[in-house]
Design a binder for this molecule. Sequence first.
Ligand code: DER
Length: 249
Amino acid sequence: DPVEEAKKLAAFAAVDRHVSKEHRVIGIGSGSTVPFVVDRIREQGEAVNRGRVFVPTGFQSQQLIVQAGLTLGDASQYPKIDVTIDGADEVDAQLNAIKGGGACQLREKVLAEAADTWIMVADYRKNSETLGESWKQGIPIEVAPFAYVAVLHRLAQLGSPTTAEQSTAVGAHGQVLTLRMGKAKAGPVVSDNGNFIIDAPFPREMMQRPAELLTKIKLLTGVVEVGLFCGMAKAAYFGNADGSVSVRQ
Ligand code: DER
């Protein structure tokens, strides 16, 4: 599968370049690309990994670390992390990213900020000029369950007033904002922090200024964290279908 191969290429290149022997506290992101990151780190050998601690960005990430036989560390013990490697749903030319496809963006952003070096790894589908070109599901926004309808309404208003029904709202530019519902779970998706996720698309001209949009969304009462990571990454590695790796930094 060319996409899986591309994820592996990106992960291996990023680990080889950014995870060296002297790195002892390592942040592990969430999603389907980071298992290749853990595979490559394990290949660095028992000895070097015995002296390391791995901090997870959620339950999936925690299981990955434990199942790999690596030492688990908690973010409360390791507020400073040497290097964190994480996936992304889409990355633009300025290394801004949409994250939260896996509903893990709160802990992911905490570990991104805690890291001296934060690296993104992804397959070629995520490599864009502007956010929103390939990721059409909207910006994942973690919200307090109590406030989700209020936040839906305010998000829709970022532009002009509309009415928000229970779990959808039509945005000022006709886009549909939705509460993320479970597939194998009745009712809404609940994050590792006990919150809901709203997926909120915005028009291209707003996605061209992600830092501005992030600030507007983050200030809405009831928003816990926004799946826009702006100006945080040192580099992004993209595996390509032709077997090459593109690096943006
Ligand atoms: O939720 C996230 O931000 C994860 O990092 C995830 O969306 C990354 O996607 P992947 O499964 O394609 O690596």
